[in-house]
Ligand binder design. Structure first.
Ligand code: TYM
Length: 334
């Protein structure tokens, strides 16, 4: 598995219900890139507790997310799909990297600013150092490429800075990773406020399409999607609602904005929104069917969890030991 091939790492938090943004911005690209790389797809459950979670619910969601990775088309025999909390190296490397990251860098992170505004009663140190744990995730596997949505770009740049800083002190320890952002879908916006990204934690259920929404719900949400009074399907910044719908359409069908604009010339928003809704239903239906089938395969999923945690752990320990040695921790006596 780990030969000459380049390495890909990515992950998602096991909080809330995944949205179409998670799928089009990340998961879809993971599947498309899987063949070209040695891949690690992580359920980042440790990141999730930076915000208070119900323990039983967090456990359920983590399993559901792992199952969804497989349902989306990632073969767990070829792709290492695992829980972050099952590989202790993530937290151990994060501690070391914390000592190579500046307060000022973390204070600039927009996700920290947004989340601390939203959870003003619980601005914990984990929320602050969240991007360092993310850097540890990526650097532990010596990842060359990290497919994410645009909202994670700032974290990825910080990861690169930390890796370069560490390498400049200790030599070539870490691969400096590149971000991968899809052509369309890297930033899917809310259906109710196209200035805001589509998010799992949006309070308005009509703002997001959830991956498990049924066809009627999906069609209804698109029907209600905020557009404008131009009554013209055009791909331009002045019409952010329509632009977002075109982006969704493109990401679901691999078509170009020009192509879509031509198809809907002279037609109203009603037809256009229905077509976008149908494209989304077509993409999500097989994913949902496969998810519901896999959900019942308890032993199979348990086997994936066990095997892949061992595989990931074996790989992670190599980087961790190297880093521990570099910074001067004494070797274990055998
Ligand atoms: P998370 O769990 O918020 O999101 C998972 C992935 O979905 C992408 N995404 C979107 N893409 C397009 N449009 C949207 N509206 C949208 N919303 C979410 C995210 O960019 C992400 O790729 N910190 C990360 C998880 C993480 C991680 C990592 C990612 C932890 N360690 C290491 C990569 C590598 C996060 O909170 O993503």
């Amino acid at each position: 598995m780990l030969g000459e091939e380049k390495i890909l790492f990515s992950g998602m938090q096991s909080t809330g219900n995944l949205t179409l943004g998670n799928y089009l911005g990340a998961l879809k690209n993971w599947v498309a890139l899987a063949e070209e790389y040695t891949t690690f797809y992580c359920v980042v459950d440790e990141h999730s507790i930076t915000v208070r979670q119900d323990p039983a619910e967090l456990r359920r969601r983590a399993r559901s997310l792992l199952t969804l990775y497989i349902a989306a088309g990632l073969d767990p025999d070829k792709n290492c799909i695992f829980y972050q909390s099952h590989v202790s190296g993530h937290a151990e490397l994060a501690w070391i990297l914390n000592c190579f990251t500046y307060m000022g860098e973390l204070q600039r992170m927009t996700q920290f600013k947004d989340k601390s505004a939203k959870h003003a009663d619980n601005i914990n140190a984990g929320l602050f150092t969240y991007p360092v744990l993310m850097a540890a995730d990526i650097l532990l596997y010596q990842a060359d490429v990290v497919p994410v949505g645009k909202d994670q770009q700032q974290h990825l740049e910080l990861t690169r800075d930390i890796a370069q800083r560490f390498n400049s002190i200790y030599g070539d320890v870490f691969t400096v990773p590149e971000g991968y952002y899809g052509k369309s879908g890297a930033r899917i916006m809310s259906l109710q406020d196209p200035e805001k990204k589509m998010s799992k934690s949006d309070e308005n259920p009509n703002a997001s399409i959830y991956l498990m929404d049924d066809p009627d719900t999906i069609m209804r949400k698109f029907k209600r999607a905020v557009t404008d009074c131009e009554a013209r399907v055009a791909y331009r910044d002045e019409q952010p609602g329509v632009k977002n719908l075109i982006d969704i359409f493109c990401a679901c069908t691999d078509r170009t904005p020009d192509d879509i604009v031509k198809e809907f010339e002279g037609k109203g928003y009603g037809d256009f929104k229905a077509a976008v809704g149908e494209a989304v239903v077509d993409v999500l239906r097989p994913l949902q069917d496969e998810y519901h089938r896999l959900e019942k395969e308890k032993d199979y999923i348990d086997g994936v969890i066990k095997r892949n945690a061992e595989k990931a752990g074996g790989y992670a320990i190599k980087t961790l030991r190297k880093v521990q040695k570099k910074v001067g921790f004494p070797e274990k006596v055998r």
